[in-house]
Design a protein around this ligand. Structure first.
Ligand SMILES: [Zn+2]
Length: 519
């Protein structure tokens, strides 16, 4: 059976005339007076940019504000949203309110922008007037009628029901209102998206839903719509969130992103697997990069861009001209500077909202505990065996994921050693090779760009760990041959007798191996 949403959409597509962005553009150019363009998106979408001269009338407030913003019921009105679906519902609502000539812009603002029509970024943000303020007598009458038909509960009545989870609270305010504070355990389903998302977000139509807005007006409209969709127990919270707060009932104030962060991470916020909560996880995360060299540079650069809130950099070296063929955090004018200092400047230049912590020291058995205990994830970008073993052992002891990468000439490899979840480095190579077998650092050339490939793979594994998404490279070694342009994958197994990570084994302590370079 088709969902209510699909049935409604099909009907609206038959009933609501659509207009292309090109035709809208022509109408605006020819005169502009013959048409009223109405942006029905949420306030934060509108603030990003809109059709020039458009009137902002968010769907959630449509019935409450249409009378004052669209005074001539005979005027030609073009409603648009982001993609042309919400505007169908908005146009339908306007027609029911008596507007005779309402069209929906096909493809919405997305197509408008794609087709290179001009846009403007509105200076003033959306009005902050409360939803129950300044309603016309006509709207007041409609709200009164709606109140007669739609069940309501007071905050005091509703609070125990929400507390014991026999009811689910549904916040129909806009997402940025929800972010500033909401009922504990409530979910956000803005009224503008109600018809489109209700069946997906509220699959149980028999459940008791407490629908609320800021003052209990928008929620009346929303509860009525939900009841039409088959949610027979949708009930509006009288007085809304503000009344609830005034009663001193529990609210949840989420940690939030700043406006600037919201803008910067827009492309994260628009994927469900990241979204606001994922971006906050990134913001709260602490990643330690071992080395600001060939691997550490691209890994740290992208982690900074992605919004990892605290990035530690361990490095004791200074920038040398031979580094610049691959170590992209540094540049010609930073030669001779500490790599940590150079890295911090570059990373904060890219993203000033993060915290870059520099550790000007060589990782050793003396400092590894203090360093690793302060971070969630270790990204290994070191170029020598003693450090690699120390990183491994520290991660085993502290049970931290070790995102491991290495490069040599035209080849690189990457994996995640996560103690308890997969093998550690020592499960594969219990001891370092003898110094004479290890390639000396001076000889070990590497093709430029290659560290970028491997370092970026390390970065993306770290991001997946933070977000808890996808399949990690735990127990898998991904190798990359740049000359053949080929990735291969090897299965890695835990050694049940591993000297360091075997189940129940006591940590044997750190070993300081001799540094091979220059020997
Ligand atoms: Zn092991």
């Amino acid at each position: 059976m088709a969902s209510v949403k699909d049935q409604w959409l099909k009907k609206l597509r038959d009933e609501i005339p659509e207009i292309s962005p090109e035709e809208v553009s022509k109408l605006l150019e020819s005169n502009g007076k013959d048409v009223l363009v109405v942006d029905v998106r949420e306030s934060e979408e509108y603030r990003q940019g809109s059709v020039p001269g458009a009137t902002h009338l968010p769907r959630g407030l449509l019935e409450l504000r249409a009378g004052e913003k669209l005074q001539d019921p005979k005027a030609k009105v073009v409603a648009y949203c982001a993609g042309g679906v919400r505007s169908l519902f908005a146009a339908d609502a306007l027609r029911k309110m008596g507007y005779e000539n309402v069209l929906s812009m096909a493809g919405g603002y997305t197509r408008w922008k794609q087709n290179d029509h001009p846009f403007e970024v509105p200076k003033a943000s959306a009005e902050e007037r409360a939803e129950d303020e300044g309603l016309s007598p006509k709207v007041d009458g409609e709200v009164g009628a709606l109140r007669g038909e739609t069940p309501e509960l007071s905050s005091v009545e509703a609070s125990p029901l929400v507390d014991n989870e026999s009811w689910t609270a549904v916040d129909v305010r806009e997402a940025d209102e929800y972010r500033r504070g909401h009922l504990p355990g409530s979910l956000n389903l803005p009224r503008g998206f109600l018809e489109l998302q209700a069946e997906q977000k509220l699959p149980d139509k028999e459940r008791n839903f407490l629908v609320y807005s800021s003052r209990g007006i928008r929620s009346l409209f929303a509860a009525a719509t939900l009841r039409q969709m088959g949610y027979k127990k949708a009930t509006s919270l009288a007085g809304g969130y503000l009344k609830w707060q005034e009663e001193g009932l529990a609210v949840h104030i989420p940690e939030t992103l700043t406006e600037r962060e919201r803008e910067r991470y827009m492309r994260h916020l628009s994927i469900d697997e990241v979204g606001e909560s994922g971006q906050l996880k990134l913001k709260k995360s602490r990643v330690l990069c071992i080395g600001a060299g060939g691997l550490g540079s691209p890994a740290a650069y992208y982690l900074a861009a992605a919004g990892v809130g605290t990035l530690g950099i361990v490095d004791f070296d200074v920038v040398d001209r031979t580094n610049l063929q691959r170590q992209i955090l540094h540049s010609e004018d930073q030669i001779g500077e500490l790599k940590t200092v150079s890295a911090k400047r570059t990373l904060l230049g890219l993203n000033p909202d993060i915290n870059v912590v520099t550790h000007e020291e060589r990782l050793s058995s003396e400092n590894v505990d203090a360093l690793f205990s302060r971070y969630d994830i270790i990204v290994d970008g070191c170029d020598n065996f003693p450090t690699r073993y120390l990183v491994n052992d520290g991660c085993v002891k502290h049970k931290k994921p070790n995102v491991h990468g290495s490069i040599y000439r035209f080849e690189g490899q990457v994996t995640v050693f996560w103690p308890g979840k997969g093998p550690c480095y020592r499960c594969l190579y219990p001891e370092p090779p003898p110094p004479e077998m290890a390639p000396s650092c001076a000889e070990a050339g590497v093709l430029g760009v290659l560290p970028g490939v491997i370092g970026v793979l390390e970065g993306i594994e770290a991001v997946k760990i933070i977000l808890g998404i996808g399949d990690l490279l735990t127990g898998r070694l991904l190798t990359y041959d740049a000359l053949e342009a080929r990735f291969r994958e090897l299965k890695l197994r835990r050694d049940p007798n591993c000297t360091h990570c075997a189940d129940g084994r006591e940590f044997p302590g750190y070993t300081d191996y001799d540094f091979f370079c220059g020997v």
